[in-house]
Design a protein around this ligand. Sequence first.
Ligand code: ATP
Ligand code: MG
Length: 198
Amino acid sequence: MRQVTKRYYRGKRGEQIPVMAVDQIDLKIKPDEFLVITGRSGCGKTTLLNLIAGMARPSSGQVFVDDVDIWTLKDEEISGLRNLKMGFMFQVPSLIPTLTVLDNVAVPTMFAPKETQGDAYERARQALEAVGLSQQMDTFPRHLSSGEEKRVVIARALINKPRVLRLMSRQRISTSLLKRKSWPLSRKFTAVGRPSYW
Ligand SMILES: Nc1ncnc2c1ncn2[C@@H]1O[C@H](COP(=O)(O)OP(=O)(O)OP(=O)(O)O)[C@@H](O)[C@H]1O
Ligand SMILES: [Mg+2]
């Protein structure tokens, strides 16, 4: 991320009061690096996360993923990059209620190019096993506990082996879950980087 700035405008009709949410940030995130952004409310954490994950366009500056300046790409190329290189975990419930747990985890593969889909369901099964949910693959989301639901969301975010894994702010992924030895993700669970267990 090079000299990235994000400016919003607010105010009543006609007024355009600029708000500098992110101001000339230079940031390099290495593979396997786990980065936590903290700060007081309103200081720009969500905006910065959205910029890192290619969800928000900078007002100025450049954002690179694997050396590609993403905002020079065409719209559909950026969508493809988000699908293949980014893993998203949303704060709000985001599983599709009419799909089983296994189908939910496989959803991101459906938007990926055909040649990368290959063993999509095999990968979905592996991801669910990795988060300890091999028994619940054919269950529907409404029958899950909230912790189980979160683990499905983790599995779904990892299915395309993303380069960047974006956890929402205030997402309570408990540290005990991350530390659990039995969980293969635990040793090298990285918020940014390729999950190591693939
Ligand atoms: N869509 C928007 N339009 C105008 N101003 C915005 C918009 N989104 C955020 N802001 C402003 O930009 C600044 C940074 O907002 P941001 O949401 O990134 O903060 P944050 O650090 O995530 O805060 P919190 O901890 O409360 O979630 C704030 O002053 C906010 O009011
Ligand atoms: Mg926020």
